[in-house]
Design a protein around this ligand. Structure first.
Ligand SMILES: Cc1cc2nc3c(=O)[nH]c(=O)nc-3n(C[C@H](O)[C@H](O)[C@H](O)COP(=O)(O)OP(=O)(O)OC[C@H]3O[C@@H](n4cnc5c(N)ncnc54)[C@H](O)[C@@H]3O)c2cc1C
Length: 241
């Protein structure tokens, strides 16, 4: 039984951070912050002993993670019966250059979530999810769009996975050289990395008078994408269902 009110995910043999365990956390808020700051995830699962790891887009509602794709996709067909899956999201925050090759590192935030992934068959849940994938990223946009038609609905498969256990792992610090290496005359330091929003490129076929909607305000030129996505997730959670 999953307790989705607990502050932390249960610590199991599957999600217990062993290497550099001081960087690990099982707090729901820590895991959610990493998931919500990204839209690109990797979902992995095995088919007949062969591991596959598929990059795709995810969104979250409480403890539920969703992703979607073409009904013809191998990944989605395989998940139909419900299968153990692992979804990860990672953010590269900095390149860490030490005075030895061994101590080079990276600053990052990553989350690993485990559960059983399955097709969302329930019509209401699927309709909510199809709205959710637009609204979660672009508040207020769904109702401004040409409505989804029956053929698009049929061609789209939504996958849901309740997070059973999860871990977050974060490195956010400077160079960690061996004490005797600090006297070595090589440059060392952190090169910070950010994914930044650039200027819009409006569609050349935009109808006259169509302005950029206010719901896209989070996506401002020069802003970090992770901040913008965290803001749109908060707006999604605050919006009436
Ligand atoms: C951008 C980036 C660069 C990295 N570079 C390196 C590198 O060069 N060398 C290196 O050894 N490691 C690196 N890591 C860390 C790497 O992801 C693993 O944590 C590490 O390799 C240990 O793997 P493991 O399977 O032995 O961990 P274990 O501690 O045995 O894994 C046990 C459990 O801990 C949790 N866990 C482990 N790693 C993560 C994670 N990253 N995020 C969330 N939960 C996790 C999972 O629940 C996992 O099932 C990097 C991570 C990122 C995001």
């Amino acid at each position: 039984m999953i307790d989705d009110t607990a502050l932390a995910f249960p610590k199991t043999e599957r999600n217990r951070v062993k290497r550099m365990h001081e960087r690990g956390s099982y707090d729901r808020e820590a895991v959610f912050a990493i998931l919500d700051a990204g839209m690109l995830c990797h979902v992995s699962y095995a088919i007949g002993g062969q591991p596959y790891c598929t990059p795709t887009l995810h969104w979250r509602e409480g403890d539920m993670l969703y992703w979607h794709g073409s009904s013809a996709s191998r990944m989605l067909r395989h998940l139909r019966g419900g299968t153990p899956a692992c979804l990860t999201v990672s953010h590269l925050d900095g390149l860490v250059l030490a005075r030895s090759g061994f101590n080079h590192s990276a600053n990052y935030r990553s989350a690993m979530c485990f559960g059983t992934a399955g097709i969302v068959d329930d019509a209401d849940e699927k309709a909510r999810a199809i709205r959710g994938v637009v609204e979660r990223f672009y508040p207020g946009r769904f109702d401004t769009l040409r409505p989804v038609n029956a053929q698009e609905l049929k061609a789209t498969t939504v996958i849901g996975m309740r997070i059973e256990d999860a871990s977050a792992k974060v490195r956010a610090k400077g160079v960690g050289d061996d004490e005797e290496d600090y006297g070595h005359p090589a440059w060392a330091g952190v090169i910070p990395i950010r994914t930044v929003i650039e200027a819009d490129q409006p569609c050349p076929r935009l109808l006259p008078g169509i302005a950029r909607p206010d719901g896209l305000a989070a996506y401002r030129q020069g802003r970090g994408l992770d901040d913008a996505l965290a803001e749109t997730q908060r707006a999604y959670e605050a919006a009436p269902a």
